[in-house]
Ligand binder design. Structure first.
Ligand code: FES
Length: 64
């Protein structure tokens, strides 16, 4: 994967894993979070750290 390639892997019953070297995520309040290594976005809706995955999908029964 080169620096310009973004790879998104949907984990069964879990998050969307974002593989990239750098990403800027704009949050609903307009603030920007910069990630410079792979990270995961919540798909279950139960994370206390939205939009990021905090592992809660492992205990909330998320299927998807
Ligand atoms: S997908 Fe992991 S906490 Fe929601």
């Amino acid at each position: 994967m080169d620096d310009s390639t973004l790879e998104i892997i949907i984990i069964a019953n879990g998050p969307a894993k974002i593989k990239c070297t750098k990403a800027e995520i704009t949050l609903p309040d307009g603030s920007i979070v910069t990630k410079e290594k792979p990270f995961s976005l919540c798909r279950c809706g139960k994370s206390d750290d939205k939009p990021f995955c905090d592992g809660t999908h492992n205990t909330c029964g998320f299927q998807g």
